[in-house]
Design a protein around this ligand. Sequence first.
Ligand code: AMP
Length: 193
Amino acid sequence: MPMFNIVIFGKPGSGKGTQADFLKNKYDLYHISTGDLFRKNISNKTKLGLEAMFYLDKGDLVPDSVTIKMLENEVLSNKDVNGYIFDGFPRTLNQAESLDSFLVSINLKINATIALDVNENELISRLLDRGKINNRSDDQDIEKIKNRFNEYNTKTSILIDFYQKQDKFFSVDGKGTVNDITSRLFDLVDSLI
Ligand code: AMP
């Protein structure tokens, strides 16, 4: 299989992380979740973590300069792979443009951006449920959840147009059981490879 790089896209709680894991295993991809990288840095109390903590706790996006550098470092330190699945990145136009030019500089490109489509009411109940079992402060507070939707709606949703213009945007119905959604994603990726 040729190198295949996927962006998994969607609002908070849409199942990006869960589905990225299935895609990673099935297509042997390297999974990069910027949210997980931030949380790891926060729990290890690194300089980056201390910088990011404040934003994550409010549900605000971390500034592009910090996020883009972290993402590039993660790619450059994991280069011998069959492809990447970018989960939660890019989230701004600047991040998307930087990702394209960074990938070109290492002879790679995004092959497909796949959005998981779920409505906000369903997402709020999923996130509050998730907040009961993880200890993410940003999943436990309705105002923080709404702020994350607002960040998505004002800064991230424009990327649909960005990737549509490149003929790389696909949307999958994100409602139903985890298994249903996984098979929709596998069918789509199989048709693209
Ligand atoms: P997630 O786990 O993807 O829901 O991300 C959790 C939080 O990490 C977000 O609310 C942001 O504060 C931060 N974050 C994750 N990815 C990004 C990104 N690409 N750009 C800016 N902030 C991000």
